[in-house]
Design a binder for this molecule. Structure first.
Ligand code: F0G
Length: 468
């Protein structure tokens, strides 16, 4: 019988960070103290932290060594030239503007390109990206394929742009009202779903026909490249590095949160091929981030990011990364736990409404499930549902998003597959007693971005989140 060989983490551990493991009583106290909101729990009260994959990567020995090379010169730092070169070589863009993180790049791009009354099409929104577009008078238009909004639709490239939706928008508002098309590779809020090479090629061709630039949100672009290798005919034997280069060639520039696929704790960039846009970005970056030769980063951070850019496109690294996320997801699928399908690149998303069908969306099922998971095992996750969506600005009613999710986001190179087993055991045991999980009431609601600071209490008469 052919036995598929198992794959271990393609790294070994040189330095460890000790974890504080609380008992159940201590976890319950921490949860009450934090108002049943995982954002309000201290990290030393968390056993396995799956709040985000952003800035939570473990750096390699070579990255730590690179910190020592950091050139902290205010202007013309050697470290900057190394970072610029890494982006040019691996991503293929001509010009690079460093920023402190992804949203810094989004701010510059939105200010430089968007005018009031413009429309910015994108394959599903991301919070900060859309906020910057709106701040500059733009209107976000969702052009992702319909299936992306269906958590059970099994498609290899569920992040794809619907070309008909894009074409219709161009016909309706005119190309001159579209400063650029924003394409995220992969799509975070759809479940970390990738975009196919063919779709990227087609979007670029359509946009070129109408002289509309294409700007990628490249935050998790290496993960997208791996999915192309795995799923798209003709790419099985192509190195991820080459796939990435081809992907990026179907765009005119990108914003990047280095905190994800550049394997660093802080940093980002805006890249582009257009000389005029570059000149204007060099002027604007000074106002918000700093000189164009550091853009909000220390020289040592730029060194770590340059090194991370090369490490991230290693085939073995990225294969393990994606497969570790899937390893967790598959355990949940096999146990019948409702999750967003297929498993995406950076996270497993629990479908809270199917998990807790006895709760109304106004009883915050995803928030309750995230709190219950912490109570059960000290695993921290993130609500991505009705709490995160906020209220309608006009009516004041809660928005009711179709997707009511709990995100189990896997940091890069931080946890072993054993940690994934612990998470799976906890989720599965909660699923077995799902009818014992109570809904929540929001007892404090901040006016903006409420999910960060909102406080909750269980609705159950005895005040307990999980009934005995
Ligand atoms: N674009 C995407 C798709 C993101 O996921 C993020 C951040 C950003 C842009 C902004 O980058 O944080 O460096 O300013 N996502 C984090 C998350 C916060 O947890 O998903 P940033």
């Amino acid at each position: 019988m052919f036995l598929q060989r198992r794959m271990a983490e393609p790294y070994k551990i040189k330095s460890v960070e000790l974890i504080n493991v609380l008992n159940e009583q201590e976890r319950e106290a921490a949860l009450i103290e934090g108002g049943y909101n995982t954002f309000l729990i201290r990290s030393d009260q968390v056993y396995i932290d799956l709040l985000t994959d952003s800035g939570t990567s473990a750096m390699s020995d070579l990255q730590w060594a690179a910190l020592q090379r950091g050139d902290e010169a205010y202007a013309g730092s050697k470290s900057w030239y190394r970072l610029e070169h890494a982006v040019q070589e691996i991503y293929g863009y001509r010009h690079v503007i460093p920023t402190h993180q992804g949203r810094g790049a989004e701010n510059l791009l939105s200010q430089l390109k968007i005018h009031p009354g413009d429309y910015v099409p994108g394959n599903m929104y991301f919070t900060t990206t859309r906020a910057h577009q709106e701040l500059n008078g733009g209107t976000f238009v969702d052009i992702i394929i319909d299936e992306a909004h269906d958590p059970q639709a099994e498609l290899p490239f569920k992040g794809n742009v619907d070309l008909v939706k894009l074409e219709n928008l161009i016909q309706k508002v005119g190309a001159d009202k579209i400063p650029y098309v924003s394409v995220a590779v992969t799509v975070n809020l759809a479940g970390g779903q990738p975009v196919s090479m063919q779709n990227l090629r087609d979007v670029y061709a359509l946009c070129q026909k109408h002289s509309i630039p294409v700007m990628f949100d490249a935050t998790r672009c290496v993960e997208n490249a791996y999915f192309i290798k795995e799923r798209e005919v003709g790419y099985e034997r192509v190195p991820v590095k080459d796939i990435l280069k081809e992907m990026m060639s179907y765009s005119d520039g990108c914003t990047m949160s280095g905190k994800k696929d550049c394997l660093v704790n802080i940093g980002g960039f805006l890249a582009m091929n257009d000389d005029d846009l570059y000149t204007r970005a060099r002027e604007l970056v000074v106002l918000y981030e700093g000189m164009p030769s550091y853009g909000g980063m220390a020289g040592r951070d730029m060194e770590a990011m340059a090194q991370g850019i090369y490490e991230a496109v290693d085939d073995l690294y990225i294969a393990h990364r994606i497969n570790q996320v899937r390893y967790l997801g598959d355990q949940l699928i096999n146990a019948g736990v409702p999750v967003v399908r297929p498993i995406g690149g950076h996270a497993v998303f629990l479908e809270a409404r199917a998990f807790l069908p006895h709760l109304d969306q106004e009883q915050f099922p995803a928030q309750a499930l995230a709190a219950a998971l912490y109570l059960d095992s000290g695993v921290r996750s993130m609500e991505r549902g009705i709490v995160s969506s906020g209220r309608n600005k006009v009516t004041g009613e809660n928005n009711h998003p179709k997707l009511e999710l709990v995100r189990l986001t896997i940091p890069r190179r931080v946890y072993t597959d054993n940690h994934m087993d612990v998470v799976a055991d906890s989720v599965i045991s909660l699923y077995e007693k799902r009818d014992k999980i109570s809904g929540l009431e929001m007892v404090y609601e901040p006016p903006t971005l409420r999910f960060f600071n909102a406080r909750f209490e269980p609705l159950a008469a005895n005040g307990r989140l999980i009934q005995d």
